[in-house]
Structures are given as C-alpha cells and as structure tokens.
Design a binder for this molecule. Structure first.
Ligand code: GYE
Length: 377
C-alpha cells in the first residue's frame, strides 16, 4: 500500500502566508519596524484584494464551464477546538472561489446522522464524498452504496476499520501520539525524580479511532513500565465531559493520583476547572502532571503558562491533502492510499529534549509565545 507523509504545518503555513500576503521578517530593525509593518499591511491588503478578485474570476470560469466540483463532507460534529479548525480548513479549501460546491453536514457526534448524511450525498449525486468517521466500524454497507453510485469516498482524520471501499485516507497516527505521550512521561518522571506514577485517563469518544489509538499507544508504555492506570473513562472529547469525569475522579481518588492524561485539549480545560474546584494543583508547579492531545492555540497558551505540562499535537489542517487527492482523481491519476500528516510534541519545560517513538527520535518543542502566534490553528 502506498504511504506518504506530508508536513501539513508547512502547507498550512503556506496557505496562511498566501492569505495575508508576504509577512514582514522578524529580523526587521526596530526603528523601521513600524513603518515597514504599515507598508506590509498595505501590500497585504492589496495582495488579498487581488487574490480575492482572481478567486472570484476562477469561480466564474468554473461556473461558466460547468467545472464546479461538488463535495459532500460528513463532519463529526463541533465538539472541540480541533474540530472547529478542521471544519474551517475544509471550508477554506473547498470554497466557491476554489471551484467547489461544498455540501457540509455537522453530524453532531451521532453515527446515525452521519450515515444519513452520506446517503443524502449519494442522492444529490455529488462528485466526491469526504467522511470523518465518528466511529471506526459499521461502514461497509454505506460505502458499498457509494461505490455502486460511482462516487469516490475520501476518509479524513479518523479511520474506517471494517471496510476498504474508499480511495484514500488522510490523517494522523493516533497510536504514535499515545506512544509519544507515554515515552515523554517516562523521561519526564525520571528527570524529575518521580518514581511512582498513578494515572487517570480521560478518553475521547468511545469507538473513535483517535480514542482507540491514543489509548492503545499510551497503555503499551504504561504496561511496559508497570505504571498504575487507576481509571480510564470517556469525556467524549468535550470540555464539559472532561470536567464531569474529573469531578468524579477527584471525589473517588482523592490524594491517590499524580498524572492526568486527557485525550484532547478541551477535556484538559474541563479537567483543570474540576481540579481547581477540588483544590488539586496541576501543571509544572503542581502535584499532578497534566497532558493533552491536539495542540490547538488555547492549549498551547496553557502549556506556556505551565498549567499543562505537555501537549501531543494532532494536526487538523488536512483538507489541502484531501484536495490533492481529489485533484489527482480529476487528472485520472491514482492517489496515495494513505497520507499521514506530520506532528510535533510540545512541553513547557526544557528537560526532555527528545523522545524515541517507533524507533525514531522525536523532538519535544518548548512552547514559546512566538510559536503560538505563528500557529495556524
Ligand atoms: O483529537 C478531538 C476531536 O478525531 C483527532 O476529535 C480527532 C479528535 C480530536 O474532537 O479534539
């Protein structure tokens, strides 16, 4: 099977740069910085206007020649910051200006709604269907219907594990993210002289491949190291879910835990509120090591502030890669079957420079304000 790894960050940065025109260099001398920034801003505005005019012209051309590509996207829902960024990325890429007619359905984390959405796209006879599968199973029947209708399906983000009737999948290695969190925790505890780890996990939505992969990866390290995972319950990838689970953990396991692993940023925000309310300290100066996955801007703000110790990135800006797949199909080419996006790992402290995951060395990037400011999501 063909496998390709793409740095979405680089692509996302390119998109961001294109959207705002050429940014000013941070090396600009202080005295001229303001003037240069003003000039840059004017240039940027002009560039943006030109780009918008070009896009509108392209859209008119596409409409005139009947070349508009209709894409149906069955999105998981709107449960997290990550999801919001993913939706935005798709809407930006599959815009009218770019020659697309995007039929977007927010499935509100309901698998039945998602199946219905896909069947609706078949009825509308869209050109392509993009699915971010809420759960990884139960797909073969509807994908067979897509195949019978001759509509290519592209899977984004979470995986489908019980059918291969789709062209390509574009997303992240969730198990690797879990392994990375485990390897970092091992090295961090050693560096801090912490000998006993008593861990609470707040899982993502049940049946989602992101949850399954992160759980398996982290557990593999925990089992290898003989750590105690006290409990592991779903917070459904939401802030509210994370808070509710953490409130109950604080009552049930008072004084018994020193690590909380949240399988996404928003759960970590909820867990922080619950721990604060229960008088439990967390983060770099606290009693509890707090870890999250995703790495959207707000979570990195908390990491920079020391409230979250480490964040394992999951990159939501995959839509440009999906567009590449569609463009390959339009050109009669065979796209890659699996396209993995590259991801980083972030920490507040500079005491674990690298970790080894799947036999490869991965850098732990220390979060800075500049890094957050430059972040596209
Ligand atoms: O981690 C979470 C979102 O499927 C990778 O879903 C995605 C996950 C992400 O709700 O924030």
């Amino acid at each position: 099977m063909k496998r390709k790894i793409v740095s979405v960050l680089v692509c996302a940065a390119m998109v961001a740069t294109m959207a705002v025109g050429c940014g000013s260099s941070s090396d600009t001398a202080d005295t001229s910085a303001d003037a240069a920034a003003t000039e840059d801003a004017a240039d940027d505005a002009a560039a943006t206007e030109d780009a918008a005019a070009d896009d509108a012209a392209a859209a008119d051309d596409a409409a005139a020649t009947g070349d508009v590509i209709t894409v149906g996207f069955a999105q998981v829902g709107h449960e997290s910051d990550w999801r919001t960024a993913s939706t935005q990325s798709c809407q930006d890429v599959f815009s009218a200006e770019n020659g697309y007619d995007l039929q977007f359905v927010d499935c509100d984390n309901d698998s039945a709604v998602q199946l219905e959405a896909v069947r609706g796209f078949i009825e509308q006879d869209v050109d392509y269907i993009i699915i971010d599968p809420i759960v990884s199973t139960g797909w073969d029947t509807v994908l067979t219907e897509c195949e019978d209708a001759g509509i290519p399906v592209i899977v984004i983000d979470r995986t489908i594990d019980d059918s291969d009737k789709y062209v390509s999948w574009v997303g992240s290695e969730f198990k690797t993210e879990g392994l990375a969190a485990g390897e970092w925790l091992k090295a961090y505890a050693e560096a801090k002289g912490i000998t006993e780890l008593n861990i609470l996990v707040i899982e993502g939505s049940t049946g989602a491949s992101a949850t399954i992969g992160r759980t398996d990866g982290f557990k593999e390290i925990a089992d290898r190291e003989g750590w105690n995972i006290i409990d592991s319950q779903t917070g459904d990838f939401t802030q509210e879910g994370g808070q509710t689970v953490m409130e109950s953990y604080c009552k049930s396991y008072e004084g018994q835990f020193n690590v909380v692993i949240c399988q996404n940023d928003n759960e970590a925000f909820g867990a922080m509120d619950a721990m604060t309310a229960a008088g439990v300290s967390y983060g770099v100066d606290g009693d509890v090591i707090l870890v999250s996955f995703d790495g959207c801007r707000t979570a990195l703000d908390y990491c920079l502030a020391g409230d979250i110790n480490a964040v394992f990135e999951c990159n939501p800006m995959a839509a440009p890669m999906v567009e590449e797949v569609i463009q390959a199909l339009e050109a009669g080419e065979t796209p890659e079957a699996e396209i993995y996006v590259e991801e980083s790992c972030f920490a507040n402290e500079d005491i674990v420079p690298t970790i080894e995951v799947n036999g490869e060395s991965k850098e732990m990037t220390v979060v800075t304000q500049e890094l957050i400011d430059a972040r596209p999501f």
